[in-house]
Design a protein around this ligand. Structure first.
Ligand code: ADP
Ligand code: MG
Length: 730
């Protein structure tokens, strides 16, 4: 049975009573249960001797190795803790290139050599597993004879217990690699890039403060999402299959009144948020901020920032929790980048910075940026890196879903530019224009910079159209799609900035060796970077057509679609960047690119199939039925002798209906043929292009026809939940 739109509406109306009794949170303070399901440092301390705890801590923080006997003790401690908490199973938890998380559960329970039942968790079970990974995408990394994938423990991200219903599972964060060690996940490259950036940044920090011995990359994501009632969700095959509406006329009201943004949170949604936040807090995900977003039915959740590796895991875990908790509340969470036409899509802003063991944020300008050569170094190096590798950053967030945001007249544009705000812009202008890089010049610039007003002022002046913006003491990557694993863009950012810092240090050291004063050498390099990266700095409206034109003149690329963007991954400059710095090999880059291209084609394939079915199974039958009713009406009235002049409205409706019916049927046929011929193409890149250029435009024009039909047809006959019902009924 198709879930009818009208049953759905009745169900929603009957929900209120249900929600009053459902789910409220124990009246505990968050600090009382925060992290209770995490094998974090405090818990580990309770379960390990002090020595062993310190050894483990060194491994986590310093990359030292543990021996077998130490590992045995840790595995036992972990097992004891998990079983004390009621866990019966354990799972290696990993992040394959599908973008989701994966886990395979094994029971602690086993039989010993005398067939006695025992609970066991061996060193191997902790450190290495071989899930049957053959159906995870590997982009050709595995030929069939070595189709094995291995997961290996990542001790830098703490193990946790996932509660699903009554079941509890100990989850161990792991990386996922092939038999020969190629990465098949987002984690391994991320870990490598974070440690690469750490080393590069540490060295540069030595110029400014010898006490800096460690630099961690920090990430604070902001996750946007939509919520819809489960009943209307079920009345939309496109939401069920694709996570977005493929048809649907705009509601008479959308977001134009801006009355949803930061508005009061509806009670039902509020309950969902509280429940979700509790689940997050039990798992040590430090979520703090919640608010309505611009789109009706759109919301945002943000945590406190954490070290990038843990933050990425937490975001992946969050997306999983969001879905599970929503189901409990008879809601569905839509993480898709563009669930609805005509209202804002969802992104995942990645706030990124670096922080030192001495407690300094390397991107914090402080009150006197003029004396802050360290800040300027990291700030300008990041800009320079983004200028050089803008296309790569763009490619790292490319997906079928995100194509509906980037380059589709929505925040932010596909052209990468950097927004820094007027105060810092002035600082950079001054450095570049006014000062020669001689001794005297250095002094002048340093003096000049002292006069720059307090930078806090800049925080209010935020340009929401910028894809990459400096917001006070961090850069914010706004191009990331709401479903995307943050690891991909973070890996790119870490790598390009690390690479830039290494070059910076070589240049400065070189100049110092030639006898130059160090501060002047630093300033000279900064000045050079400002000059070079000028084209990427843009403070204006990123949506305007003038910017497109201007960007082209500046030599910035506008990679509008995923098939345009992904080839950047295998450009020679990308390959050498990643290979030289030992983050990803060419083989891995090829494989990652292939998986993403394949993902793109599959997405469009599913959308196109789902749309075809909806047109033939739901929309055309409704249209034909209504058309018959109007035709019958016309016939009866004519029979009664009513003059044709008096039947203009009927004729008009019939004609418009018929035009749409013919057009939509023709286009679905056309789309099916185009899809079939795209499927026959073997090369993943060419196939993705065919989907992009041939199939996708038809998805759009079919939608236009269908939306016209929705407008024309009797409301009682329309089978799919309408936009106003999806977005405005709470
Ligand atoms: P807005 O929506 O205005 O950008 P929010 O307060 O919603 O601001 O988000 C700020 C985000 O930036 C939070 O997720 C926060 O954790 C993160 N953040 C703040 N400081 C840093 C930092 N030093 N490094 C990384 N992320 C940071
Ligand atoms: Mg933000």
């Amino acid at each position: 049975m198709t879930y009818s739109r009208f049953t759905a509406l009745e169900q929603i109306a009957a929900r209120n009573s249900h929600f009053n009794e459902v789910l409220d949170v124990p009246g505990k303070r968050i600090s009382e249960f925060y992290g209770q399901n995490v094998f974090n440092e405090q818990t580990i301390k309770k379960y390990l001797t002090r020595d062993l705890y310190e050894e483990l801590s060194n491994t986590i923080h310093g990359g030292e190795e543990l021996d077998q006997s130490q590992l045995r003790i840790i595995a036992n401690a972990m097992k004891k803790w998990a079983m004390d908490k009621g866990a019966t199973h354990y799972a290696h938890w990993f992040q394959p290139l599908t973008g989701k998380t994966a886990e395979k559960h094994d029971s602690f329970f086993t039989l010993d050599s005398n067939d006695n039942p025992i609970e066991e968790f061996s060193v191997n079970a902790l450190t290495q597993q071989e899930p049957d990974g053959s159906s995870f995408p590997g982009g050709g990394l595995r030929s069939t004879f070595e189709a094995r994938g291995y997961t290996a423990w990542d001790p830098t991200s703490p193990a946790f217990i996932l509660e699903v219903g009554m079941g509890k599972t100990l989850c161990i964060p792991t990386i996922f690699v092939t038999y020969s060690g190629d990465s098949m996940d987002y984690k391994l490259p991320l870990l490598k890039s974070a440690s690469f950036l750490e080393n590069a940044a540490k060295e540069v920090c030595q110029y400014f403060d010898p006490n800096i011995t460690s630099v961690k990359t920090t990430l604070g994501w902001e996750q946007e999402y939509f919520l819809v009632d489960e009943a209307t969700f079920f009345a939309r095959p496109d939401l069920i299959l694709c996570g977005r509406t493929l048809v649907g006329k705009y509601a008479a009201k959308g977001q134009q009144l801006d009355d949803h943004y930061f508005g009061s949170i509806p009670e039902r949604v509020y309950k969902y948020m509280r429940d979700l936040e509790n689940e997050c807090h039990k798992l040590g995900i430090p979520v703090r901020t919640r608010h309505n977003e611009v789109g009706p039915g759109q919301y945002e959740l943000a945590p406190m920032y954490e070290e990038v590796n843990v933050a990425v895991d937490h975001n992946q875990l969050l997306m999983d929790l969001m879905d599970r908790v929503a189901r409990k509340h008879k809601l569905r969470v839509l993480l898709h980048e563009k669930p609805f036409e005509g209202v804002n899509g969802s992104g995942k802003h990645n706030n990124w910075s670096m922080s030192t063991n001495t407690g300094k944020n390397l991107l914090s300008p402080g009150k006197k940026p003029g004396r802050n050569l360290r800040f300027l170094t990291f700030f300008v190096s990041t800009i320079r890196a983004v200028w050089e590798h803008a296309d790569l950053l763009r490619a790292s967030v490319a997906s079928a879903g995100n194509d509906h945001r980037l380059g589709a007249n929505e925040a932010p544009p596909a052209i990468v530019s950097v927004f820094i705000g007027s105060t810092l812009k002035k600082v950079l202008d001054n450095i570049e224009n006014d000062i020669e890089a001689d001794e005297k010049g250095v002094q002048t610039v340093l003096n000049l910079l002292k006069k720059v007003p307090n930078l806090e002022l800049d925080n209010t002046d935020r340009n929401r159209t910028s894809p990459f913006a400096f917001t006070g003491n961090k850069f914010e990557v706004r191009m990331v799609g709401s479903t995307r694993n943050c690891a991909a863009p973070m890996t790119v950012l870490n790598t390009i900035v690390g690479n830039q810092l290494n070059k910076f240090r070589q240049a400065v050291d070189g100049a110092v060796e030639e006898g130059k004063d160090r501060d002047s050498a630093i300033l000279q390099e900064i000045k050079k970077y400002i000059r070079e990266s000028r084209p990427i700095l843009f403070e204006g409206d990123g949506y305007s057509d003038e910017w497109k034109e201007e960007a082209r003149k500046r030599g910035l690329n506008d990679l509008e679609s995923t098939p345009d963007a992904l080839p950047v991954y295998t450009r020679p400059s990308t390959v050498s960047l990643f290979e030289e710095n030992n983050i990803l090999t060419e083989r891995e880059l090829n494989a990652h690119q292939e998986v993403m291209l394949e993902n793109y084609s599959l997405n469009l394939q599913i959308e196109s199939r789902a749309l075809g079915e909806m047109i033939y199974n739901q929309i055309l039958p409704a249209a034909l039925k209504y058309q018959t009713a109007v035709a019958d009406n016309y016939k009866s009235l004519t029979k009664m002798g009513i003059d044709g002049e008096q039947l203009t409205a009927q004729r008009d409706i019939l004609e418009r209906l018929n035009n749409c019916i013919q057009k939509v049927a023709r286009e679905v046929k056309d789309m099916t043929e185009k899809r079939r011929s795209a499927n026959r193409i073997d090369d993943p890149k060419l196939r993705a292009e065919a989907y992009c250029r041939e199939v996708k435009p038809l998805l759009n024009s079919i939608r236009i026809c269908s939306d016209r039909l929705e407008y024309l047809i009797d409301d009682k006959e329309w089978p799919l939940a309408k936009y106003r019902e999806l977005m405005f009924i709470k």
